[in-house]
Design a protein around this ligand. Structure first.
Ligand code: DC
Length: 225
């Protein structure tokens, strides 16, 4: 991996564990760039769905990867999700749906997809002063990161948080279905052969089930400082 010009903090863990909220808070606190790697997998998923590419057809997926240019926009407010451009089109408000989550999880198992996005993530990270969040940022993307954290919580607690988030955005929620999707996604993300979701040996594990955002942030800040 290329050397980075400054500190890199990685925050990995399963979906709905609070990674985004915490990562944005940590990035804002230290004046670092927030790197949402999941948004990149979501962008690829969006493109494949938009162009009706069969995601089971590995050759078809690989053949269009070079046509996808992804740009992450800096967040203006700490509470905002990162903005995403695909080939110059702003798709930010289309990528946070349950469908895109599932497709992103499925296509993220493909070696060519991981290779493309890992390269892009390392390019961004090489500038240093980055808080990267995802599934493999501490294990694969930035194995030499300055500080690594792994957040975890029960599937039920994570589903309840995701449901709350969707409701706040005015989206319909079927919590039972959401729990099922969380479990399937956990399994896909942790059982894939390349860069599976796993705690890095040198990452600090924080169970967020019983903690609020302030408590998780404080625990991380203390360790970094
Ligand atoms: O963090 P998220 O829910 O936005 O991520 C969506 C999917 O992208 C996730 O289910 C698996 C994949 N992903 C990945 O494989 N590696 C990452 N570093 C980040 C996300």
């Amino acid at each position: 991996m290329a050397e980075t010009a400054g500190p890199v903090i990685t925050i990995d863990g399963p979906s709905g564990v609070g990674k985004s909220t915490i990562s944005r808070r940590v990035a804002a606190h230290y004046g670092f760039t927030y790197l949402d790697t999941g948004a990149m997998y979501r962008a690829v998923a969006w493109y494949l769905l938009k162009h009706a590419i069969d995601i089971e057809d590995v050759g078809a997926v690989e053949s269009v990867l070079d046509q996808i240019t992804i740009t992450l926009l800096p967040t203006e407010r700490e509470d905002d999700d990162v903005g995403v451009l695909v080939n110059g089109n702003n798709i930010s408000d289309q990528i946070r749906t349950p469908d895109i989550s599932m497709v992103a999880s499925t296509v993220s198992a493909l070696p060519a997809v991981r290779k493309k996005l890992t390269t892009l993530q390392r390019q961004i990270g090489s500038r240093g002063c980055v808080v990267a969040e995802g599934r493999d940022t501490g294990t694969v993307v930035f194995p030499g990161a300055t500080n690594k954290f792994y957040l975890d919580a029960s599937p039920e607690a994570r589903t309840a948080r995701r449901a709350q988030q969707l409701r706040e955005r005015g989206k319909p929620v079927d919590e039972e279905q959401l729990l099922e999707m969380t479990i399937v996604r956990d399994r896909q993300d942790s059982e894939r052969l390349i860069a599976p979701l796993i705690k890095a040996d040198d990452a600090v594990l924080i169970d967020t089930t019983e903690l609020d955002v302030d408590q998780v942030f404080e625990a991380i800040r203390k360790l970094i400082d």
